[in-house]
Write a protein that binds this ligand. Structure first.
Ligand code: PLP
Length: 427
């Protein structure tokens, strides 16, 4: 397609201009002080993968160290009575208030996104309001685990999957959902922000459409929570699930959150009937009865150690506010797109994310068949983007931990590595 040119973008004055522009954006950033709240990595100059694994906060590093001695070590089994037994629900409430637009008593922390998704899908299919309905709407662009879970439930439960096919650089639109909704639709399962393109779906509009058709909705918020505003209560959402190790910085394998709308909780039965979600866990009774409320969606012993780090990030999100976080996220992705247009598109890269700000989450994806070959070079130089096969480079911009200059340094490094790889191939 296009060939590399020796335009001003690769000259030192271009670099200086870009550096000055990024520095000005950082100087004017009302959230700039939060960048210093995260543990630095000695060899990393641009971390552009906070949408896959958020960085630890400094507070979390201390909390994790203290936990072993002051909580686990000092309180021992008493910790369960003092704090841990309630933590899945108290932490769910904090996440709900800071990042989900959810009032108390509806969100909980447990399991993984995959497992909560399974539990909530099964619970939804058994809801009295959708009795006799046998179709589930989903999309072919969703994250693999979401598609796999639904394939399994379809086999197990005898429901038919109605697939929507989003555009490569887009996501599921209300029009596409309207086309497949029928009086047989029981449930619509979609991601609010598409994991590959970053497309931001109209969650309120699609929820309304689904409800008008008599169906329930389940939103996957993995790439939304902590990055884009979410208003579960105001949108009338039935069910939601999401990761805490992405923009909520809970650390590798941190448990997920689930949300079940308050007035639906009594009507739903989840399939993994464990003692921690039972009416009286310590009675050790003969048969299972679900605990009323959100606790009934828990199953086994909660992963307390995994719930430590996210608490500090939730505090930061609550303090900064989702409005300010979204404003910075938009500015970061705007800068990334500008740099991609200047530096990568001339080398044959294609933007695979929405250019319309209102339709974009907090990452930008760019396609080029040589990106995979640039990764070892980038990692060796302390530049860490995300890569999705076959050719997508994701620039994940976690608003509180990413500076504008980091975006500049990162995209310039991608340009250099791409130019080197393509030049070596041409020889
Ligand atoms: C990251 C992600 C997941 C991951 O699920 P786990 O159970 O934590 O492995 C699921 N769904 C979406 C949309 C994701 O982006």
């Amino acid at each position: 397609m296009s060939t590399p040119t020796s335009s001003s973008t690769s000259s030192s004055s271009g670099t200086e201009q870009r550096a000055a522009r990024a520095a000005a954006l950082d100087a004017a950033d009302p959230l700039a002080r939060y960048v210093g709240a995260f543990v630095p990595s000695a060899d990393v100059v641009a971390y552009l993968d906070g949408n896959s694994l958020g960085r630890p906060t400094r507070a979390s590093a201390e909390r994790l160290a203290r936990f072993a001695t002051e909580q686990w070590g000092a309180r021992l089994i008493r910790g369960w009575d003092e704090e841990w037994y309630d933590l899945p629900l108290t932490l769910g409430d904090r996440i709900g208030a800071a990042a989900l637009g959810a009032g108390p008593g509806q969100a909980f922390v447990a399991d993984s996104t995959t497992v909560i998704l399974y539990k909530l899908v099964r619970a939804a299919l058994g809801a009295p309001s959708v009795a006799g309905r046998d179709e589930v709407v989903l999309d072919s662009g969703n994250f693999p685990t979401d598609r796999y879970v639904l394939e399994g439930v379809a086999r197990e439960h005898g429901v038919t999957l109605r697939w929507v096919a989003p555009a490569h650089d887009g996501g599921v639109t209300p029009e596409q959902v309207a086309e497949v909704l029928t009086d047989r639709t029981a449930l619509v399962v979609l991601s609010h922000v598409a994991y590959r393109s970053g497309y931001l779906s109209d969650a309120a509009g699609i929820t309304r459409l689904a409800h008008d058709a008599g169906a329930l909705v389940l939103w996957d918020l993995c790439h939304s929570a902590g990055a884009v505003p979410v208003e579960l209560d105001a949108w009338g959402v039935d069910l939601a699930v999401g990761c805490t190790y992405k923009y909520l910085n809970g650390g590798p394998g941190a448990p997920a959150f689930g949300y079940v709308r308050a007035d639906l909780q009594d009507a739903l039965t989840q399939p993994i009937q464990g003692w921690m979600g039972s009416a009286a866990p310590f009675e050790m009774g003969p048969g299972y009865a679900p605990h009323p409320g959100a606790r009934g969606f828990l199953s086994g012993t909660p992963a307390i150690v995994g719930m430590l780090a996210m608490q500090d990030m939730v505090d930061l999100v609550a303090e900064a506010g989702m409005g300010a976080i979204r404003a910075k996220s938009v500015a970061l992705t705007e800068l990334a797109l500008e740099l991609v247009d200047d530096l990568l598109v001339p080398l044959g890269a294609r933007v695979a994310s929405p250019r319309d700000t209102g339709l974009r989450g907090s990452h930008v994806t760019v396609d080029h068949e040589a990106f995979e070959a640039t990764l070892p070079l980038l990692w060796a130089r302390g530049v860490i983007p995300d890569f999705r096969r076959p050719d997508g480079l994701r620039l994940g911009l976690s608003p509180l931990s990413t500076s504008f200059d980091e975006v500049r340094v990162g995209v310039e490094a991608v340009r250099d590595a791409l130019a080197e790889v393509t030049a070596a191939r041409a020889r």
